[in-house]
Design a protein around this ligand. Sequence first.
Ligand SMILES: Cc1cc2nc3c(=O)[nH]c(=O)nc-3n(C[C@H](O)[C@H](O)[C@H](O)COP(=O)(O)OP(=O)(O)OC[C@H]3O[C@@H](n4cnc5c(N)ncnc54)[C@H](O)[C@@H]3O)c2cc1C
Length: 295
Amino acid sequence: MDFAHDDTTRQLAERARAFVDEHVVPAEPVLQEQLDATPDQWGFRPIVTELRERARAAGLWNLFLPGEHGAGLTNLQYAPIAEITGWSPRLAPVAFNCAAPDTGNMEVLHDFGTPAQQERWLEPLLDARIRSAFCMTEPDVASSDATNIGTRIRRDGDSYVVSGRKWWSTGAMNPDAAIFIVMGKTDPDAERHRQQSMILVPRDAPGVRVERALTVFGYDDRDHGGHAEVVFDGVRVPAENLLAGEGDGFAIAQARLGPGRIHHCMRALGMGERALALMTDRANERVAFGRTLGE
Ligand SMILES: Cc1cc2nc3c(=O)[nH]c(=O)nc-3n(C[C@H](O)[C@H](O)[C@H](O)COP(=O)(O)OP(=O)(O)OC[C@H]3O[C@@H](n4cnc5c(N)ncnc54)[C@H](O)[C@@H]3O)c2cc1C
């Protein structure tokens, strides 16, 4: 496989880099001011909306999504862009509408959604009018092995009824997260990887309760909608909210999390590069005992 960047990637990466340097990095202190001024809010601050408008106008939008709905890039072409957005991880991915968990959720809707599901949920996500959450992990079971998921999705006439408790649902504290993709079991007696299904649960469906926010190493990530514990208490949704078929949930999870992990890794590389760049600058500027630290 040839890993060299092609012309499309090179040109796009140059534009993304220029945008991050010119618009995103200078916006970091603005974001901090806005966060300090609104400590109780979950979700995007005005600077994010401003950056999104600029990025969209510059053609830096939905770059993660292959196919006609997105920018048409492959993951290999998108990877270096994700790396560049890692230089400012709180702002650059959202500025480009390329932030988790919406990216993975849009991929699920793009790859497995019906035309009606795409019109209802994918279009507003691509347009950044709503946000979303992905509810797989559960407090009661080891969720790194997603075959353990215990939430039940029971068929009842023209509906499914969803019952279970999730946590680490990123973004769910944000009231703009209008749609939750929920993984649960439709048939606990089926073959191990065919017990699970995925279903679309609107946030405002009766029985959905966003209970509390979790923290990671002391951070609540409130500017990105946090990470929530969510209860689904006999939530009834129309049968057409199922994604693909009964038993397809595990395969959908694999398809969703694969590209998502590449995106996360590439952004982590970008963060590391920025840290190294800051350290190098410091070593060249800081003078001790008559010499720069670098010397
Ligand atoms: C910031 C953040 C955001 C998240 N966002 C979401 C989200 O949006 N939606 C969602 O559904 N989930 C989300 N998660 C949850 C995440 O996907 C789970 O935490 C992860 O899958 C692990 O599941 P678990 O917490 O149940 O750990 P467990 O499955 O209980 O695992 C416990 C530990 O055992 C280790 N382990 C497991 N198997 C092995 C093995 N074979 N060998 C060695 N070690 C092993 C694991 O690495 C882990 O350290 C998020 C988590 C974090 C921290």
